[in-house]
Design a protein around this ligand. Structure first.
Ligand SMILES: NC(=O)c1ccc[n+]([C@@H]2O[C@H](COP(=O)([O-])OP(=O)(O)OC[C@H]3O[C@@H](n4cnc5c(N)ncnc54)[C@H](O)[C@@H]3O)[C@@H](O)[C@H]2O)c1
Length: 255
């Protein structure tokens, strides 16, 4: 049976790998991205999010077997508030807007978090502003902070939002989980390596990955395929680290 999925961020990197895997087995994948997509929309804006939701509804009136919120910006994006807008609101607003469509087919939702979401030093006020839906408040605050707070904070809030929201969705037959990649070879990571401030620290951090290397995009996409598949039908509200053991190394006693 062929499936119908919609996703954001399918033009490059992890999202492109997932799109290719699903399409290769005959599934329909509706991609939202800034360019090279079925629906071109800027998820940093309310208008772009609406275009994405309405466009997907039009292309999949029969419902979705899954939705994947993959679009994201790196910690070096400027202004920093763009990161909050895309990584948090670009995911949560679309999931809310498409939940009915996924419920029609009792499908699965996967949000792409990050293993950085659990790292220390995050500004809790920023995270609370995100969780309360105060986009302008969160954006004003984050523009006074730093890229780590913007990026890891957006992924921390997204992961918590998924866990808070998933029981109600499960009651409607929809499973929702987070895949939390570690360092992965994509254009996003290249931008961080190229950054004068963060590049050196990233290179050092990379050396401590227990696996011994960064992930390739398909390593993350394989885990996403599993979370979309009925093989994971009892998994709901999980944060699946796909990071070569990095989180376990850094936080062995927390789970
Ligand atoms: N690469 C890593 O090391 C890593 C680690 C943890 C999590 N992630 C997450 O994985 C996801 C995919 O990232 P990637 O590494 O494949 O990077 P990538 O840059 O290759 O992919 C990100 C995609 O998001 C799209 N996007 C960015 N801003 C957008 C906007 N305003 N509107 C619509 N689309 C937009 C981009 O065009 C791109 O196609 C992101 O959510 C990222 O935060 C990546």
């Amino acid at each position: 049976m062929t499936m119908t999925y919609a996703m954001t961020g399918g033009a490059t990197g992890i999202g492109a790998s997932l799109k290719e895997k699903l399409r290769a087995r005959g599934d329909t994948v509706i991609v939202v991205d800034l360019r090279n997509a079925d629906i071109e929309a800027d998820l940093a804006t309310g208008e772009g999010r609406n275009t994405a939701i309405e466009g997907i509804k039009k292309l999949a009136p029969q419902g979705l077997d899954g939705f994947i919120a993959c679009a994201g910006l790196p910690p070096v994006a400027k202004p920093l508030s763009l990161i909050s807008r895309v990584n948090y609101f670009g995911a949560t607003v679309l999931i809310e807007g498409l939940a009915d469509l996924v419920a029609m087919k009792k499908g699965a939702i996967v949000a792409v978090g990050s293993n950085s979401a659990s790292m220390p030093g995050l500004n809790e006020e920023h995270i609370q502003l995100l969780l309360s839906g105060d986009e302008e408040g969160a954006c004003s605050l984050i523009d006074t902070l730093d890229g780590h707070n913007a990026y890891a904070g957006s992924k921390n809030a997204l992961s918590r939002w998924v866990r808070r929201s998933c029981p109600a969705l499960m009651g409607r037959g929809v499973r929702m989980n987070v895949v939390a990649p570690g360092m992965t070879e994509t254009p996003l990571t290249d931008k961080v390596f190229d950054d004068a401030d963060l590049g050196g620290a990233m290179a050092e951090f990379q050396k401590s990955i227990p696996y011994g290397a960064m992930a390739s995009p398909d390593m993350i996409a394989d885990a996403m395929v599993f979370l979309l598949d009925p093989a994971s039908r009892y998994i709901c509200g999980s944060i699946l680290f796909v990071d070569g053991g990095h989180d376990a190394l850094l936080r062995p006693d927390q789970f």
